[in-house]
Design a protein around this ligand. Structure first.
Ligand SMILES: Nc1ncnc2c1ncn2[C@@H]1O[C@H](COP(=O)(O)OP(=O)(O)OP(=O)(O)O)[C@@H](O)[C@H]1O
Length: 324
């Protein structure tokens, strides 16, 4: 998949407040242009899972819609699996899918199994292949007990599992996942994550994923693209992002006895101390040395070294860019 200088402008109608504004806008409409995606370029190799991150309104969904052919770009070029998405060729539609966590394609009053049959017809999936794929997806997602119930009676997580299956029946090799875990409880998020990983491994599918849950990103994506105000801020290895923008780790300690706060400052920057727990920020190159010192000097009952939370790392990446 290759994207070059992709841009999307929306024309939005502006109206002054109040009755005068309403009357005025009847006579003369005034428009403002919003640039949702501003000349972004990137390439994604077959089989890669890439995290597409950014704050609300950054342009992620707009980009996904252009990549899947739902929106016509204002500028730039897109090649997805050898196709130009907005030409909406049948062969292209059979190779991709767009799953939006906030929107459902399942029909509310009938069981998911029946939506599956409709999709079989739409995508012209031969019977044998359809049965095999439904069987595989049913196993991977544990769908058996869900398929015959009307969709409206399913929980959000159960519906999301059916949603994923419905979107993957035609075995697309390029998948756009827009917030697939939104609103799900922690266990169901983990189930969906495991499924995405298994699907990617089994079919070598290329996946572009947006999520506000950093656990999705750290579990699935080696590479991330971060956008803000429609522009790419970072595109590269997740580990590199962390080591560039957070050149430190956080030691989490649990003590078996009270320790003086001043004693903890000696090992790094004390972030938090409330007996029996403390967290201390330590420069990466000092981690092993300071860890052995702490274990030797302090009444440590439990000890872990972690990367800082991804939210913080991304926050630091934004701050660095704005400061530059
Ligand atoms: N149809 C539209 N008409 C006008 N403006 C739009 C339209 N769709 C999106 N926008 C604007 O484009 C910008 C990018 O929106 P987009 O939905 O792509 O962001 P996002 O990164 O997906 O955000 P979120 O994380 O909240 O889903 C926003 O300022 C949004 O208001």
């Amino acid at each position: 998949m290759t994207v070059k200088e992709l841009t999307k402008n929306f024309k939005v109608h502006e109206r002054e407040a109040g009755l005068r504004g309403a009357l005025h806008s009847l006579m003369k409409r005034s428009f403002r242009t919003v640039t949702a995606v501003d000349s972004i370029s990137f390439g994604i190799e077959p089989g890669e899972i890439v995290g597409f991150l950014g704050p609300n309104g950054a342009g992620k969904t707009t980009t996904m819609k252009m990549l899947s052919g739902l929106l016509h770009p204002s500028g730039g070029t897109i090649d997805v699996g050898g196709y130009v998405p907005f030409q909406q060729k049948e062969a292209f539609k059979k190779r991709i899918t767009l799953v939006m966590g906030q929107k459902s394609q399942l029909i509310w009053d009938i069981p998911a199994a029946e939506t599956f049959l409709i999709n079989q017809a739409i995508y012209e999936i031969p019977d044998a292949q359809y049965r095999e794929t439904v069987g595989e997806l049913t196993d991977l997602l544990d769908l058996e007990p869900l398929l015959k119930k009307p969709v409206r009676t399913l929980s959000l997580g159960e519906r999301m599992k059916c949603e994923l299956a419905a979107s993957l029946l035609h075995r697309p090799e390029i998948i756009f996942l827009d917030e697939p875990t939104i609103g799900l409880d922690v266990n169901m998020q983990e189930t969906v994550r495991r499924f995405i990983k298994a699907y990617n491994e089994r079919f070598n599918a290329t996946i572009l994923l947006t999520s506000h849950y950093m656990a999705d990103v750290t579990a699935l994506c080696k590479r991330v693209i971060i956008i803000n105000h429609g522009r790419i801020l970072f595109d590269g290895d997740l580990n590199q992002l962390v080591s560039t923008h957070a050149p430190f780790k956080v030691a989490k300690l649990v003590f078996s006895k009270q320790v003086e706060e001043v004693d903890l400052d000696r090992y790094g920057t004390l972030l938090h101390y409330e007996y029996p727990q403390a967290s201390i920020q330590i420069p990466r190159e000092e981690v092993s040395q300071q860890a052995s010192r702490m274990l030797a000097d302090l009444p440590v009952q439990d000890f872990t070294i972690e990367d800082p939370p991804m939210e913080d790392v991304i926050g630091m990446a934004f701050a660095a860019k704005e400061g530059a």
